[in-house]
Design a protein around this ligand. Structure first.
Ligand SMILES: Nc1nc2c(ncn2[C@@H]2O[C@H](COP(=O)(O)OP(=O)(O)O)[C@@H](O)[C@H]2O)c(=O)[nH]1
Ligand SMILES: [Mg+2]
Length: 204
């Protein structure tokens, strides 16, 4: 599983939350610190891995993310991990470099399994409103996005953009982030979400 999105949207945090959830469900995730541009980003995933009780594959600063992903796949297979989650950089200001990097990660994963990646999750920050539409457009050009995660719905953002996203792209929203803690991830329930947007009772 590849996790993509602009810097600061909540990729690393969401990966930590998902890892904890999957581990609780009996899975054995392995995380890959593929945002190798910022030492702090690698460190952050290591912290989340520890918190979730899930191992993390990381390399030296500036390591090749695709090489790391390829190596991690081998380790996952050898050690019996059933979910491999790859964190990625989100340097949208250098779109071509980011596109090349994501394409390379996909290419090396296909060397392991030509049906990989089996999911590409795009993480969107709800507080950016309608700009999220543009981010989906841009990332869809780079990778085959299979699902969305919308974060920061605990703030003032009500997430109305989800409606516009559904209309424009029809990509499923898998979960929403409602805080910075491990347990702050909720499954996305379209009916309850729509009801809360228009201020009616979700049970109706
Ligand atoms: N309030 C709130 N903050 C979040 C949520 N998800 C992530 N964050 C915060 O957003 C910031 C950026 O998150 P991070 O995972 O580093 O983003 P990344 O750059 O995409 O990996 C951090 O301070 C997170 O704690 C959320 O659902 N709610
Ligand atoms: Mg990150």
């Amino acid at each position: 599983m590849l996790v993509v999105g602009v810097n600061g949207t909540g990729k690393t945090t969401t990966i930590g939350k998902l890892a904890a959830l999957w581990r609780e469900e009996g899975h054995r995730p392995l995380l890959v610190a593929g945002d190798t541009f910022r030492a702090a980003a690698v460190e952050q995933l290591l912290v989340w891995g520890e918190r979730a009780g899930v191992p993390v594959v990381s390399g030296p600063p500036q390591a090749d993310a695709a090489g790391l992903a390829f190596e991690a796949w081998g380790r996952a297979a050898a050690e019996g991990h059933d979910i491999l989650v790859i964190d990625t950089a989100g340097r949208l200001h250098n779109k071509q470099a980011l596109m090349d990097e994501l394409a390379k990660i996909v290419r090396v994963l296909k060397k392991r399994d030509d049906t990989a990646p089996h999911a590409v999750l795009l993480v969107l920050d709800a507080t950016i409103g309608q700009n999220a539409l543009e981010q989906v457009r841009v990332f869809k050009e780079m990778v085959d996005v299979t699902g969305l995660i919308v974060t920061k719905l605990d703030g003032s953002a009500r997430g109305g953009v989800v409606v516009a996203l559904a209309e424009a792209f029809g990509i499923p929203v898998h979960a929403v982030g409602v805080g910075e803690r491990l347990e702050d991830l909720r499954p996305f329930d379209a009916r309850a979400f729509a009801a809360s947007l228009v201020g009616s009772d979700a049970a109706d």
